[in-house]
Ligand binder design. Structure first.
Ligand code: PLP
Length: 417
């Protein structure tokens, strides 16, 4: 993480002091390095080399329009899961021909809008979705391009809470049921099957499930082609992991080689849906220590960022490295770093070695670029943080801090009686 390093005692993101930024802009504050994001995108693109590959950034990972603009400028498309994400992506300049619409439950309005926008495809996950797309496409006189999202029953060997590739998960069409879906698609002139898709989970750091998934999917693609469906795409989803703690995620080249070795004998084009690996390590959350509290059992460091700002630790027991923005001397002592939310699970880090921090100090929570702000809520009537995009020595506000009045603006309903 070259874009994040200390200059003497201060933690810098590119050319910007995070201490100074936090003092000037207030906390909690999300900050992203544009150079880090661009570097990840370019590294991924170059790892797949000449193989025809459409990279569809998973908008859910971080959906700030200013980030999306930068991502689409590099030729990435979008993987979306709601009409909200579709509109965001379009506002940010996404090419509709590079948008894949994922998700286990798409409603009628979402399907209509996807068809109208001319997206590349819907990744279909159920019979009821296939029937709805067929009915709506007929009604509006459009041909719907689809991929079938297959559940290959493969364990991603990641956190079970973010795994999607086993039959115990709600996602995808069971591998063994693909034939039923093909039979239904065969007679429908309003549906064009362009490929098969799968996504077995997120934060994958072991390449063996990726290899198994690619192998199974290539086999099914070949069978599908033999059955008379001229499919051209294999979408292998997202899921490549990043380093939060001690994990050693595979390099892009190893990931690409694993996939390419399975697909190279075919004429299939690839679609990939990376999210976390593009933005995850690029972002930090700056937070202020509100005070220290000791009990006979614990040292609590109470900070001004809560589970409403960064949900991952409470929701997934996720680890985020945390460091003071300005180096503190003295020995490390265990602490629970907790937020101000009225929930026992509002813990950002448990039993974490931390120097002797004091009221008013700023802490930097690392690797918050993915599923950080995008999962933030207003719980406890707390406004969402501001977001800043850093490049070189410049720091641009890409989302202003919410004001309290923003939180109840939509609750003023005219009394109709
Ligand atoms: C269908 C689909 N594609 C892509 C992604 C992005 O995954 P990641 O951020 O791990 O790359 C997800 C994440 O949940 C997903 O559900």
């Amino acid at each position: 993480m070259e874009f994040l390093k200390r200059r003497q005692s201060e933690l810098m993101m590119e050319g910007v002091s995070l201490e100074e930024l936090g003092r000037n802009m207030g906390t909690p504050l999300y900050v992203y390095s544009l150079s880090a994001i661009l570097e990840q995108m370019q590294a991924m693109q170059s790892a797949f080399g000449a193989h025809p590959t459409t990279f569809c950034y998973a908008v859910k990972a971080n959906s700030n329009i200013n980030l999306l603009k930068e991502i689409f400028k590099q030729g990435f498309g979008a993987d979306i899961v709601s009409v909200g994400e579709l509109e965001r992506a379009l506002v940010a300049g996404a090419d509709p021909g590079k948008i894949v619409f994922s998700g286990v439950g798409k409603d009628e309005g979402e399907i209509r809008r996807g068809l109208e926008a001319g997206i590349l495809c819907f990744n279909v996950e159920s019979m009821f979705e296939l029937r709805a797309i067929s009915r709506i496409a007929k009604a509006v006189g459009k041909k719907a391009r689809i991929c079938l999202r297959i559940n290959p029953n493969i364990d991603a060997k990641s956190n079970p809470k973010i795994s999607t590739g086993l039959y115990t998960s709600k996602f995808g069409i069971p591998y063994q049921s693909a034939a039923e879906y093909l039979a239904l698609v065969r007679d429908r002139s309003e549906i064009q099957l362009i490929g098969l898709a799968c996504h077995i989970g997120s934060q994958i750091v072991d390449l063996s499930p990726v290899k198994n998934a690619a192998q199974s999917m290539v086999k099914l693609c070949k069978e599908t082609i033999q059955a008379g469906f001229p499919i051209v795409y294999l979408d292998l989803g997202g899921g490549l992991g990043i380093q939060y703690d001690q994990e050693s995620p595979p390099a892009f080249q190893a990931y690409a080689d694993t996939i390419l070795s399975e697909i190279k004998e075919t004429s299939l084009k690839l679609i990939l849906e990376p999210g976390r690996v593009i933005v995850g390590n690029s972002g930090v959350l700056i937070t202020k220590v509100l005070g220290i509290k000791r009990t006979p059992a614990k040292r609590f460091v109470v900070i001004d960022a809560g589970m409403n700002d960064l949900l991952r630790p409470s929701m997934y027991d996720a680890y985020h490295a945390i460091e003071p923005a300005v180096t503190k001397s003295g020995k490390l002592e265990l602490a629970d770093i907790v937020g101000p939310i009225c929930e026992t699970t509002d813990i950002l880090a448990s039993d974490r070695p931390l120097p002797d921090v004091n009221e008013g100090d700023l802490l930097v929570v690392k690797s918050c670029g993915a599923y950080g702000f995008s999962m933030a809520s207003h719980y406890n009537t707390r406004p969402k943080p501001a977001e800043i995009l850093v490049q070189g020595a410049s720091a641009k506000v890409i989302r202003r801090r919410e004001r309290l009045a923003d939180l109840w603006a939509s609750e003023y309903i005219e009394d109709s009686q």
